[in-house]
Design a protein around this ligand. Structure first.
Ligand code: SF4
Length: 676
């Protein structure tokens, strides 16, 4: 039996485990890394089953080209020549910005770097984005503005050093289970817990205060808390004076948010708002934890600004046991952002619009680079549906199931002249493609991944990929060569050296330094031990900036025709569009089909029964799902997980976008329910 240490392919927690494999290259299981600082000998149910899909018979093994309406096997040379030819022809005839490149939070840093290099230097467009657009683009925009860095400020170890944890919009025990267990351990050891979530999630059962505020009313709640903190004189005056700016503007903006007014918006009592404010402000060290319940709104960036304002107001920044802690979803969504798989920045958030930065990358890559920032992926889908985009290369993403308003996404892909997909399974998006290339999965290639706490870690190859499947970096390198750019990388370590040479925050990242615990960026050179806590003396931008925000309601609220509010999210057993977890026998057994959580009061009102098959309809479409009657959701709200393609929640969701981050409002839309 052989063992290979690697990083979990699912959530952004960054657990490490040993893949177990035999001499004929078959994975037989895995074991958690006992001494790893995140894993500490434990895994969640997804982690324990992360080997199960690797050898699945559905794995793609040969390149496929569409001929006469059917995808048919071909060889790599033909497939890559066709792909390059199509992309080059579209760029020449319709212009480079007629192309869109979708990178992935599931592939490595090196692969994200190469794809963004390919888009910019190879085909001349900044139209590169990835699924952070759907989860934490609001975080990047909001926290860069207020602090200068769009990442989690503290480390997971800080949960052992805090006095209070405020979890808002994160079902942590299901989405980031090992972080959820750290929160529960902190509570056991005496930390206080405030949970703000309309659903009765597991953490809320252990909370000192559970705020079941109306979905989409976070700004009102946070502003109400901050106003009460100021009224009671509980703000951190020293921190505000020495470390922040624009405080008077915040004070002015908070004025209307009296407890009574906030109560009318949130559905909470005035007393709950005042209790939350006092509890939070009186803690010496308080951590704020949030996830997509904050970001996935048409006002997601404002939500993040409000979170940041609360931390600055109370001086909960730059110390152990404090901080603003957005929990990143997929295992490399932090890294994909860091690598510049975004339309407006290169690696390390260096701006495309900055001529000096552009010149640096241009000199390194040997070609002139486009000046105008590119399109966000959500705008690209709209453009494609309107016939304004011609070609798209999708790497390891499945927008047909993951993006809001599935009908629009289908329209977009149908209108494209050319769609290519690189993936490990025949996803719903790959089924629409003109060209499908088979990729190696995490267990079959080397690379690095950056976890939610900015920890850069190794992923290691344990077994060979199936059939002719290749590592994504090898596929992209072939395209770089065809574009006349450097593509002769011997391994991902060489790619990381190139990244480090161009990226100040990754300047000290090299493979030889990543054995063991990895390194947390910023890590400027090869003597830098990394940075567990950001903004310790000053914020990355200098002073912490108060960005006042005001409440505005979600774009589509329940009404007479669609009387229920739909909330969407994940379950503990599945991951994103289910392409990997639904091919893992044990995980599939636990949760085999979609369901809709509905409060028993509503079930009685609409005469619905447990396990009854229901039709859920929004203004965008209908899906059929099974009823699950539960007090987890409040009356008036229903919840559907988005993993199940055959009952895709995103048929229903609203593609109303945040005007700054372009994130869709996945967390609120209006639906009606009837028996099928
Ligand atoms: Fe993997 Fe996340 Fe579970 Fe850890 S908590 S084992 S990283 S899915």
């Amino acid at each position: 039996m052989n063992t290979t240490l690697t990083t979990c392919p699912y959530c952004g927690t960054g657990c490490n485990f040993y893949l177990l494999h035999d001499d004929i290259g078959q994975l037989t299981g895995l074991e958690p890394a006992a001494n790893h600082p995140v894993t500490r000998g434990q895994l969640c149910v997804k982690g324990w089953n992360a080997h199960a899909f690797v050898g699945h018979p559905d794995r793609l093994q040969t390149p496929l080209i569409r001929k006469n309406g059917q995808l048919q096997p071909t060889d790599w040379q033909t497939a890559l020549d066709l792909l390059h030819d199509k992309l080059r022809t579209i760029a020449t005839r319709q212009g480079p910005d007629s192309l869109m490149f979708l990178s992935s939070a599931k592939v490595s840093n090196e692969e994200n770097y190469l794809l963004m290099k390919l888009a910019r230097a190879g085909y001349g467009t900044n139209n590169i984005d990835h699924c952070a657009r759907l989860c934490h683009s609001s975080t990047v925009t909001g926290l860069v503005e207020t602090l200068g860095s769009g990442a989690m400020t503290n480390s997971l170890s800080c949960f052992a050093e805090t006095d209070l944890i405020f979890v808002i919009g994160s079902n942590t025990t299901e989405q980031h289970p090992l972080i959820g267990s750290r929160i529960l351990q902190a509570v056991q050891q005496g930390a206080q817990l405030i949970v703000a979530d309309s659903r009765r999630i597991r953490l809320s059962q252990h909370a000192d205060l559970h705020l079941r505020h109306q979905n989409g009313s976070d700004i009102a709640l946070l502003n109400g808390m901050m106003r009460h903190i100021s009224q009671e004189g509980l703000e951190d005056r020293t921190f505000i004076t020495q470390r922040t700016e624009n405080f008077s503007a915040l004070q002015q903006a908070l004025e209307p948010f009296t407890p009574e007014y906030v109560a009318t918006i949130t559905g909470l009592s005035s007393q709950q708002i005042m209790d939350a404010a006092r509890l939070f402000a009186e803690a010496d060290r308080a951590m704020i934890v949030y996830a997509m319940g904050i970001t996935q709104h048409s006002h997601g960036v404002d939500n993040v600004r409000a979170v940041s304002n609360l931390a600055l107001l109370t001086g909960n920044l730059g110390r152990p046991g404090t901080g603003i802690n957005p929990l990143r979803g997929q295992n490399n969504v932090q890294g994909a952002c860091d690598m510049g798989a975004l339309p407006d920045v290169y690696t390390g958030y260096q701006r495309v619009a900055d001529p000096q930065i552009r010149e640096k990358f241009s000199a390194a890559w040997g070609v002139p680079l486009p000046e105008t920032p590119g399109q966000m992926s959500t705008h690209a889908i709209e453009a494609a549906a309107a016939g304004k985009l011609c070609g798209m290369l999708v790497l390891g993403e499945n927008p047909v199931v993951s993006d809001a308003n599935q009908t629009l996404v289908y329209q977009a892909f149908e209108k494209l002249d050319f769609l290519a997909v690189i993936d490990i399974f025949m996803t719903e998006t790959a089924q629409l493609a003109d060209l499908v290339l088979p990729a190696a999965c995490y267990a079959e290639r080397d690379g690095t991944f950056t976890s939610t706490e900015r920890r850069v870690q190794r992923g290691r190859k344990a077994v060979e990929p199936p059939g002719q499947a290749r590592a994504d970096w090898q596929i992209i390198a072939e395209l770089l060569r065809r574009c006349g750019l450097k593509g002769d990388y011997t391994d991902p370590a060489e790619i990381m050296n190139e990244i480090a040479s161009l990226t100040p925050s990754y300047g000290g990242i090299e493979y030889s330094r990543l054995e063991g615990e990895g390194l947390q960026w910023p890590c400027s050179d090869n003597t830098d031990p990394g940075t567990p806590i950001l903004h310790t003396r000053t914020c990355t931008r200098g002073k912490g900036h108060f960005s006042p925000v005001t409440y505005r309601p979600p774009q589509e609220m329940p009404d007479l025709e669609f009387p229920l509010l739909l909330n969407t999210g994940r379950t503990a057993f599945h991951w994103h569009t289910g392409s990997m977890t639904r091919r893992s026998h044990l995980l599939d057994r636990e949760e085999r089909q979609a369901f809709v959580e509905i409060n028993p009061t509503d079930a009685e009102k609409y005469q619905l029964a447990e396990r009854q098959q229901l039709k859920v309809t929004s203004r965008r479409g209908s899906v059929s799902v099974r009823a699950r009657l539960t007090e987890r959701v409040p009356p008036g709200q229903v919840f559907i997980p988005f993993h199940f393609a055959e009952s895709a929640a995103n048929v229903l969701t609203n593609n109303a976008l945040d005007p700054e981050s372009g994130i869709p409002e996945f967390k609120v839309c209006a639906v009606r329910i009837e028996a099928c």
